[in-house]
Write a protein that binds this ligand. Structure first.
Ligand code: FES
Length: 164
């Protein structure tokens, strides 16, 4: 699934930047360094905004396109910060065959938020996930840490209302 970058303002600190540069300087001459650097950058910042990808590219002496290509290819990398209301819809096989795609569409329609993005005010984020191990409840989604199962799109307005 294509990941989208949103316009949530980047608020990195000097301490985070120093930590990131220390990681890059330690690993950059190792073959295949980009993956572990991105993993650690995500630990430092919680996600990988374009600003951080740029810092990595500059410090490693590689192109931003290369960093962007890797961070958008692997689902472990998160390009947007989690919203205050973090919605994750399972697109694992069991959930998908039971209609989780339609749930995703309904949420996008209600919130005006594309999948893999965060609203500009930081209130909502919408992600698609792999199986979360609750297939018996398919189709499943989580909002923050709460699990909702056996859903149909018509359930979504009332559920989302609870988080307004
Ligand atoms: S496929 Fe959705 S919880 Fe397993």
């Amino acid at each position: 699934m294509k990941k989208a970058l949103t316009t949530v303002m980047f608020r990195g600190t000097k301490a985070q930047e120093e930590k990131l540069y220390a990681v890059i300087d330690e690993l950059k001459d190792t073959p295949g360094a980009l993956m572990p650097i991105l993993q650690q950058a995500q630990e430092i910042y919680g996600y990988l905004p374009l600003e951080v990808q740029r810092m990595i590219a500059l410090r490693m002496g590689i192109s931003v396109e290369e960093v962007y290509g890797v961070s958008t290819f692997y689902s472990q990398f998160v390009l947007n910060p989690k919203g205050e209301v973090a919605i994750a819809v399972c697109l694992g096989t069991a959930c998908y065959v039971k209609g989780s795609g339609a749930l995703l569409d309904k949420i996008t329609e209600i919130l005006g938020l594309p999948v893999c993005s965060t609203s500009p005010d930081g209130k909502y984020s919408l992600e698609a996930t792999r199986c979360i191990g609750a297939c018996g409840l398919a189709p499943v989604l989580t909002i923050n840490n709460e699990v909702y199962g056996r859903l149909v799109p018509a359930d979504m307005p009332a559920i989302l209302d609870k988080y307004k």
